[in-house]
Design a binder for this molecule. Structure first.
Ligand code: 4PL
Length: 244
């Protein structure tokens, strides 16, 4: 897609799917604000991209999210695209999920969704244009085990995306979600999820492992000006794992 002249924020862009998305948007012309808790990680990525800056961000902290949006506007004058990608991907059997663990996931995945969408959309409304892409997961369809808190948080992302799309259409802002399936990243290869690749592959229509670069093109499309008639949707990008 063509993102020339556009300004994008990608949260969680130090690694994994977020990093691939940030790289793709930059290659396609966008100026990109790389937001992550891992400041060194995004600083290193920024050095490899044509128009990019890094900002240390905790998406569960409102002051930090406000500062992230301000960084984008101070550097590039406006905000066109938010990719809300930052999330914790836990592996916790149900018997081990206590309230502290539940809250830890909700703080990042769901509070982070509220805070980034809140402050990004307020900025986008000033120009009557915006593209928000929230990263969801096919677990909301599959009911994947060992992730009940994560599934609940992503179920929130799914419903919230629809609701916000309804409210922001009149302001020229589209709000969609992309739902990957199990994807090989720095995060999943070092977690127990690594053991699920063969099983998940059996369920997919396309029998191979998914990589971050398989997900980024769908995000780029929904973030583009040309996707202006698509809003409130969840685009499942999982090799046909879930087909409903
Ligand atoms: C199918 O989003 O979609 C494991 C871990 N398995 O985070 C996910 C599947 C995981 C997924 C996910």
């Amino acid at each position: 897609m063509n993102h020339q002249g556009r300004v994008a924020i990608v949260t969680g862009s130090a690694q994994g799917i977020g990093k691939s998305i940030a790289r793709k948007l930059a290659e396609e012309g966008a100026s990109v604000v790389l937001a992550d808790l891992n400041e060194a990680g995004v600083a290193e990525l920024a050095g490899t991209l044509p128009r990019a800056i890094a900002v240390r961000t905790d998406v569960s902290d409102e002051a930090s999210v406000r500062a992230m949006v301000k960084t984008a506007v101070d550097a590039y004058g406006k905000l066109d695209i938010l990719v809300n990608n930052a999330a914790i991907v836990p592996f916790t059997p149900w018997d081990e999920i206590d309230f502290t663990e539940w809250r830890r996931i909700m703080a990042v995945n769901l509070d982070g969704t509220f805070l980034t969408n809140r402050h990004a959309s307020d900025e986008m409304r000033r120009n009557g244009y915006g593209r928000i892409v929230n990263i969801c997961s096919n677990v909301v369809l599959a009911g994947t085990p060992n992730l009940a808190h994560y599934v609940a948080s992503k179920g929130g992302v799914f419903g919230f995306t629809r609701a916000l799309a309804t409210e922001l259409g009149k302001h020229g802002i589209t709000v969609n979600s992309v739902a990957p399936g199990l994807t090989e990243t720095e995060g999943t290869v070092v977690s127990p999820h690594a053991n699920a690749f063969d099983f998940v592959q059996m369920l997919q229509a396309i029998p191979r492992r998914a990589y971050a670069d398989d997900i980024a093109p769908a995000v780029s499309f929904l973030a583009s000006e040309e996707a202006g008639w698509v809003t409130g949707q969840m685009l499942v990008v999982d090799g046909g794992h879930t087909r409903s």
